[in-house]
Design a protein around this ligand. Structure first.
Ligand code: ADP
Ligand code: ADP
Length: 228
């Protein structure tokens, strides 16, 4: 469902970030993306959610060739990919409910469906009782659960998570991992870039290691493999 063929990325200032990536990720996989800082992990993820375009090569998601995508098809791809960040990126002046509902409003979902589905995902992330709170009134783990709810509210086929536990303590991080596992179990492909050795080595999923812009390792039931 995600395929890259000889993908290269140079940033406009000339920095090489990815150098000849070939990879295939099937529907329903859970994949950890690991590697040293600056190796190209975030760039790899950004190409998938189309925050960046490749300099060279082909990327397809769900059969759509991202390079040939017409401008008007971009919203379709975006709603099919939920994104989760280390720093949550919630809208500070909107309540928890509004932050999640907003993701459905931008794709012009019907009002009644927005209400029903927003409460459904609030229930899944166990935050129904915080629906009316502002993000600043929540703990870090709760804010990340809101951002997960926002990422899944439009039923994407893929979740891209860039260091989702990077700002959280170990116990809270495990809560987030249980939630991502549940979402994966319900049928969503998950790609997660992480420096969390303990999580990668405990979960034993597919591990793709990126080093200096190339794939250095790709193992089923892999390990973290670094000492940082
Ligand atoms: P990682 O996520 O593994 O830390 P990144 O994908 O963020 O790596 O970065 C890969 C390389 O691209 C690094 O050398 C980084 O400095 C560079 N880079 C990332 N974003 C930009 C940008 N917008 N402009 C120029 N260089 C960038
Ligand atoms: P953490 O252990 O992640 O640091 P906090 O101590 O920040 O958590 O929060 C503990 C609980 O108190 C959470 O349920 C959070 O929602 C609630 N809380 C924290 N700050 C506020 C606030 N300003 N208003 C309302 N509830 C808050």
């Amino acid at each position: 469902m995600i395929e890259m063929q000889d993908v290269w990325k140079n940033y406009p200032d000339g920095t090489p970030a990815l150098r000849g990536i070939n990879v295939k990720i099937d529907k329903n996989e859970f994949v950890y993306i690991v590697g040293p800082s600056g190796a190209g992990k975030s760039t790899f993820m950004k190409l998938i959610y189309r925050e960046e375009k490749p300099t060279k090569g082909q990327i397809s998601v769900n059969g759509f060739n991202l390079g040939k995508l017409k401008q008007r098809k971009i919203p379709y791809i975006r709603r099919n990919i939920g994104v989760i960040f280390q720093d949550f990126r919630l809208l500070p002046k909107l309540t928890v409910y509004e932050n999640i509902a907003f993701a459905m409003e931008v794709i012009e979902a019907p009002k009644r469906l927005i209400r029903k589905r927003t409460f459904e995902v609030l229930e899944l992330v166990n935050l129904k009782n915080k629906a009316g709170n502002l993000p600043a009134q929540l703990s870090g783990g709760e804010q990340q659960r809101v951002s997960i709810a926002r990422a899944i509210v439009n039923n994407p086929s893929v979740i891209v998570a860039d260091e989702p536990t990077g700002n959280l303590d170990p116990e809270t991080s495990w809560g987030i991992m249980r939630l991502l596992e549940e979402i994966n179990f319900r049928g969503t492909t998950i790609l997660m870039a992480t420096h969390n050795k303990e999580i990668v080595n405990t979960m034993r999923k597919r591990v793709i290691a990126i080093e200096s812009g190339t794939i250095a390792r790709d193992e089923i039931r892999g390990e973290y493999g670094y000492e940082d």
